[in-house]
Unconditional design. Structure first.
Length: 353
């Protein structure tokens, strides 16, 4: 079945649709022939409806905290979804160290409430075969790798931070609702996302902003931690394929194969900024090593062969070009992130214990 035919007249409920990944989901869905998109979002500090300005006529918004079980139940009755895409999550590791309770409430209790509402709705509707519940998770639930090897779908869970522990718990709840109730769920786990519109506490936008302003570029520890990076547009295209072509009850790792040290990412940012501003001093001189994050994982890397074999997906963006395009976007959209810095996030370093 073609993508156009699959998505035709579908009603979609997207949690966290005003967030970085969630908004890209809404933007990509808006180009498909869906019937309705309903966004559930708590509208926390990391949400921003400006991410959806280009598609503002293509969705409806309900301000809902997933911790509010009755509000979640009401949202299902209003949205009448064929597909639920669960992107909402507290996701910043430093914030989870500083305030873990929010992560427990949002990621664990919120996911439970969503599953409970989804099961009630699905059962009430006669358990339609086309219903899907996509749960978007992270590679951090697997813990840390050494210099060699990859995570795959059989890797044991070994979370090391309050954030990853809360996401691991949500994964287990989703799998339990499949095994116990046969709710048609699919789980995906992915690496570090990057791209335009990412909240400026994350590595790439934070470093661009600091470099432009001549501030230190703080790297945890020795900066040699390895992450697998994927452009948000590639990740979301994979998520939609997981819904179209994935099997219910399955977990799929979505990976680009683009492993980079934090140091090399920051150096790439500095190189691009120097190309744009050759008259300024070397931006890499601003790199500063700071006290390492507690429980900092050394390396993540994903074996995505199961997902690629199932769907035929492959990323369109190389990290090198994607990073250039992303740096350029933040340079050209300083008004957006400077307003956030003024109102929501003052570049304070979180997570010191």
């Amino acid at each position: 079945m073609s993508a156009e035919l699959y998505w035709k007249d579908k009603r979609i409920l997207v949690t966290g649709g005003a967030g970085f990944i969630g908004a890209e989901i809404v933007r990509q869905l808006s180009h498909l022939n869906v019937k309705r998109i309903v966004v559930l979002d708590k509208l926390t500090y990391a949400a921003d409806l400006r991410r959806l300005d280009s598609v503002k006529d293509n969705y409806s918004l309900k301000k809902v905290a997933l911790e509010d079980s009755s509000a979640v139940q009401d949202a299902f009755q209003e949205a009448q979804p064929d597909i639920v895409i669960h992107a909402a999550a507290e996701s910043h590791v430093d914030r989870s160290i500083d305030g873990p309770e929010d992560f427990v409430q949002s990621n664990i209790v919120g996911t439970f409430n969503l599953l409970h509402a989804a099961l009630s709705f699905w059962t009430e509707k006669g358990k339609p075969s086309q219903f899907r519940f996509l749960h978007i998770s992270t590679d951090e639930i697997y813990g840390s790798l050494g210099e060699a090897g990859f995570f795959d779908e059989t890797s044991p869970y070994d979370p090391r931070s309050p954030y990853s522990a809360s996401k691991a718990a949500s994964d287990h709840l989703v799998k339990a609702w499949w095994h116990t109730y046969k709710l048609p769920v699919i789980t995906t786990n992915c690496g570090n996302n990057y791209g335009p519109w990412q909240f400026p506490e994350k590595l790439i936008p934070l470093m661009v902003a600091n470099a432009i302003d001549g501030k230190p570029l703080p790297l945890y520890g020795d900066g040699q931690q390895v992450r697998e990076w994927i452009h948000v547009t590639d990740h979301v295209s994979a998520l939609l394929l997981a819904i179209e072509k994935g099997s219910t009850g399955e977990t799929y790792l979505i990976g680009s194969g683009e492993e980079k040290t934090n140091r090399s990412v920051v150096e790439g940012i500095c190189d691009r900024l120097h190309q744009k501003h050759p008259d300024k001093k070397t931006f890499s001189d601003l790199i500063a090593y700071v006290q390492d994050r507690p429980g900092h994982d050394q390396r993540y890397a994903l074996d995505a062969s199961k997902f690629r074999s199932k769907t035929g997906w492959s990323p369109k963006n190389t990290f090198e070009q994607g990073l250039i395009d992303t740096v350029d976007w933040y340079v050209e959209n300083q008004l957006w992130w400077r307003q956030i810095q003024a109102e929501k996030y003052h570049q304070e370093r979180l997570g010191i214990f």
